[in-house]
Design a protein around this ligand. Structure first.
Ligand code: SF4
Ligand code: SF4
Length: 123
């Protein structure tokens, strides 16, 4: 979702996948990507729609990511611009989940279906 040519925006989608999502990533990555993120205790982790909009995370070490956290973006991602661009797209701060999410994937087209957009092809 870059600033110059953004195929998502050009195809009518303004960050459909950039809201109400969970991700697992390195603590340093999540804290750099979402400076306003709130660390909570596992028992305080909200479900989707349970708390005010924002980013919440809990400690979640895994074999592959020993310093992992599990993060919830509740509502719009704070990095999502009004026109659908990602404010940290050009930086190396973007979470791996965002880098790996592919336009035209099944998950992308599920979202596009809900948004009443035609299916996108992979690029
Ligand atoms: S990847 Fe898919 S759902 Fe996400 S912004 Fe692009 S077109 Fe929309
Ligand atoms: S960081 Fe950027 S790509 Fe990732 S969810 Fe937020 S706006 Fe979308």
């Amino acid at each position: 979702m870059g600033a110059e040519v953004n195929p998502c925006i050009e195809s009518g989608c303004r960050g459909g996948c950039c809201r109400n999502i969970f991700m697992v990533d390195r603590r340093t990555k999540v804290e750099a990507s979402f400076p306003g993120a709130i660390e909570v205790k596992p028992e305080e982790m909200p479900g989707l729609g349970d708390m005010a909009k924002g980013v919440y995370y809990i400690d979640h070490p895994t074999k592959n990511i020993p310093d992992g956290v599990y993060a919830l973006i509740q509502g719009r991602c704070p990095n999502l611009g009004p026109l659908g661009s990602c404010a940290i797209y050009e930086s190396n701060m973007r979470p791996h989940s965002c880098e790996n999410f592919q336009r035209g994937s099944v998950d992308c087209n599920d979202i596009r279906y809900v948004l009443k957009l035609h299916p996108a092809r992979t690029i």
